[in-house]
Design a protein around this ligand. Structure first.
Ligand SMILES: [Zn+2]
Ligand SMILES: [Zn+2]
Length: 356
């Protein structure tokens, strides 16, 4: 081998060694930092203060949107975390935003469209992995919730057996990979108290998503502050009544003019089936204008749009959903994004930031 080739090989070897050592140090530093985070727990400061924390862990809808996971809103209060709906992709978002899944104390389903329940099994399993709990996870929802929970339990039953066998009952107790369904049955004008414990009160509110019957919204009250999550609904007077004075309303929206135009354009091109499907959704969702009207009449402080239809990228969303809203009164109106975090202190006010 020529000395030239020797020099090249030697240099390559040194580069590889230095690279390996450098990468090793960087990896060690990263691993050490990650382990510090694991030891500290996720968002420990949110679990000990008196605030309600709300994180949008999914602001999308059934249509493909790479920037938005399926519907999911996390509420953290009194040292516990709750999820309202668990749409596709939302568990990954919860992990990405380091939400305290080990403290997940319940899941609230608004109805059973696939975009709202797709990750019920993943939410159960990831919270079990995070906590090693030995008790069942509570799942609340309208009539039908027992069937949905039973179906997911059946689908995940083998996964539970593998994990407990592999890691032992001590570390992955089989009782923790389980859910208990709790049906809630509010009617128009009569909300249903879901629970009232450790200072947190949750009520279920009947909304209008026909032919999906029943469908519900949830109101959380803690330390004098309140948050309402609408689920899917057409404009609902009943929701307006039950949202009265809420500090934060997380409300679904569908821009009806655009979706109507899309439907007509599809029909013009002979896409009758697609036109029919697009046209059908117009009468069981709420326009941004109606959501603002509801929030204004209910004296809501902050309204944030979620479950955004149609999916539009980035800044376009503000143009589509925040124009021509009509009289807003004192309502602060926002377009939701995945990772948006709200903090509601007992003293008042709402702080918000974007988690990464
Ligand atoms: Zn939906
Ligand atoms: Zn729906």
């Amino acid at each position: 081998m020529s000395s030239h080739k020797h020099r090249i090989l030697g240099s390559l070897f040194i580069v590889l060694i230095v690279g390996a050592l450098g990468c090793g140090s960087i990896l060690n530093a990263m691993m050490s930092r990650n382990l510090d985070v694991v030891a500290e727990g996720n968002r420990p400061e949110w679990l000990v203060d008196d605030a309600i924390h709300v994180v949008l862990c999914g602001t999308g809808a059934p249509l493909l949107d790479p920037n938005r996971a399926g519907p999911c809103t996390a509420v953290i209060a009194g040292g516990k975390m709750y999820l309202v709906d668990v749409g596709p992709g939302s568990t990954e978002r919860s992990l990405e935003y380091r939400l305290p899944l080990a403290q997940l104390d319940g899941i609230f389903l608004t109805h059973f469209h696939s975009d709202h329940i797709g990750e019920l099994g993943e939410a159960m399993t990831q919270s079990w992995l995070a906590s090693g709990r030995d008790t069942s996870l509570d799942v609340y929802g309208p009539d039908g919730v027992t069937d949905v929970v039973d179906g997911f339990l059946q689908a995940y039953s083998r996964d539970q057996v593998y994990r407990t066998a592999h890691h032992t009952q001590q570390y992955m107790p089989k009782e923790g990979d389980h859910m208990t369904a709790h049906p809630v049955s509010p009617s128009i004008g009569e909300d249903a108290e879901v629970f009232n414990k450790d200072g947190l009160r949750v009520i279920a509110i009947r909304v209008d998503h026909e032919p999906v019957v029943p469908a519900v919204a949830y109101r959380f009250e803690y330390a004098g502050r309140s948050v309402v999550v609408s689920g899917d609904t057409d404009y609902s007077e009943n929701l307006g009544r039950a949202s009265h004075g809420a500090d934060l309303l997380v409300h679904e929206v569908l821009e009806k003019k655009i979706v109507g135009t899309m439907s007509r354009a599809m029909r013009d091109r002979g896409l009758d089936r697609q036109a029919k499907l697009a046209g059908d959704v117009l009468d069981y969702h709420t326009s941004p204008q109606d959501a603002v009207r509801l929030a204004r009449d209910a004296d809501v402080s902050t309204l944030v749009f979620t479950h955004l239809v149609p999916p539009v990228p980035g800044m376009m969303a503000r143009l589509v959903f925040l124009s021509e809203l009509g009289e807003k009164g004192d309502v602060d109106v926002l377009v939701g994004k995945d990772g948006m975090h709200f903090r509601l202190d007992p003293e008042g006010g709402i702080d918000r930031d974007l988690l990464d």
